[in-house]
Design a protein around this ligand. Structure first.
Ligand code: FAD
Length: 317
């Protein structure tokens, strides 16, 4: 369990990272080759994201609308099992509310439990492009708090079907997301903290933060969490900038701010090779300062392109 890894580290920061499942039809070998160089730094756990299908409705000749899936990244559960088997590292599958009924979620949790995967990061999921704002699946969960309650119930042997004979409890360590720069839909920081506290009270055992590029945002977030009574470990999430385009893409997708100094350094770069170098230097400085602060773990968003993370880890771990 993630929390057991943290407890056994005796204050030494852990190394972990997040990967994306390959797009449908692509090989898992590419993913393994990308992960391999990071094994040198002995990650204690690897997160695997979950992706809802993106789809559009196309009009058929008979005038009826047909659902057409445009983008798929299936395989989260299978990749988690494969990672544990191949690398002997604990996998943390992400579970999302969007696109799933409660029964489908419960069945996925049963699969994970049988596969010996004892961690989950529970999330609501983002709206897909065809939704203006997030729409829960009919018969599915609406918030991470609902999904969290579901997993916490299964950990007590309470399943959706009430008439099961001697239901066996699952054994999941439950992580949740936190936003040092506020979740984009929350009307205020105060409202966002109210729900984060609710997640901790419902049984979340640790928080992983959204990416941030200014450590001060993380320090303030931790302080505020402690003030409202959230005592669980708060793992900082870090993303090395690697392309010029990310200067606009990251703030618009992840609703985060980039510090002026970083933007200026990136804007001076002649090509993406130079940008990647700036991103690596920034990541090393951020990581070193966070270690000094006493973080339990440094968690990197590798986005399945591990080289920048490898170069940072080589300087930090
Ligand atoms: P919630 O905690 O449900 O919060 C959503 C909004 O509702 C917030 O504004 C919150 O303040 C409010 N709120 C929370 N609970 C309640 C409640 N009970 N009643 C009323 N309001 C409430 N997305 C994916 O699709 N796949 C992934 O694999 C994935 N991995 C991620 C990993 C990390 C570390 C992070 C930080 C994000 C990840 N995301 C992923 C994105 C995430 O799904 C989005 O940020 C999503 O918009 C919110 O998810 P959440 O779990 O924080 O939602």
């Amino acid at each position: 369990k993630v929390t057991e890894h943290i407890a056994h580290a005796n204050g030494k920061p852990l190394f972990s990272f997040e990967i994306l499942p390959p797009l449908k039809g692509q090989s898992i070998q590419n993913l393994f080759s990308d992960i391999e160089p990071l094994m040198e730094f002995k990650p204690k756990f690897i997160d695997v994201t979950y992706h809802r299908e993106e789809y559009v409705y196309k009009k058929r000749e008979n005038g009826l609308l047909e659902k057409s899936v445009t983008r798929k990244r299936p395989g989260t559960v299978g990749i988690c099992a494969a990672l544990q088997h191949r690398f002997g590292v604990d996998a943390v599958p992400h579970l999302i509310c969007g696109g799933f009924t409660k029964e489908e979620t419960e069945n996925a949790l049963i699969d994970l439990h049988f596969l010996g995967i004892d961690n989950v990061l529970v999330l609501r999921g983002d709206p897909i492009k065809t939704e203006g704002s997030f729409c829960p699946e009919p018969g599915g969960h609406a918030y991470a708090t609902d999904l969290l309650q579901h997993v916490a119930n299964m950990n007590k042997g309470i399943y959706l079907d009430e008439d099961l004979e001697h239901p066996a409890p699952t054994n999941f360590c439950i992580g949740v997301a936190g936003y040092p720069e506020k979740h984009f839909e929350a009307p205020s920081l105060k409202a966002d903290f109210k729900y984060l506290k609710m997640k901790a009270d419902l049984g979340a055992e640790y928080i992983v933060t959204q990416m941030f590029f200014d450590n001060q945002k993380y320090f303030e977030f931790v302080k505020k969490c402690r003030e409202v009574g959230i005592t669980i470990p708060i793992i900082p999430g870090l993303k090395p900038i690697t392309t010029m385009r990310q200067l606009t893409v990251l703030p618009s997708i992840f609703h985060i701010d980039l510090p002026d100094d970083l933007v200026e350094e990136v804007e001076k770069c002649k090509d993406n090779k130079a940008v990647k170098q700036v991103g690596i230097e920034w990541g090393i400085q951020q990581s070193k300062e966070l270690i000094e602060f006493g973080v339990p773990c440094l968690h990197y968003y590798s986005m399945s392109k591990s080289d920048a993370v490898r170069q940072i880890a080589a300087e930090v771990f």
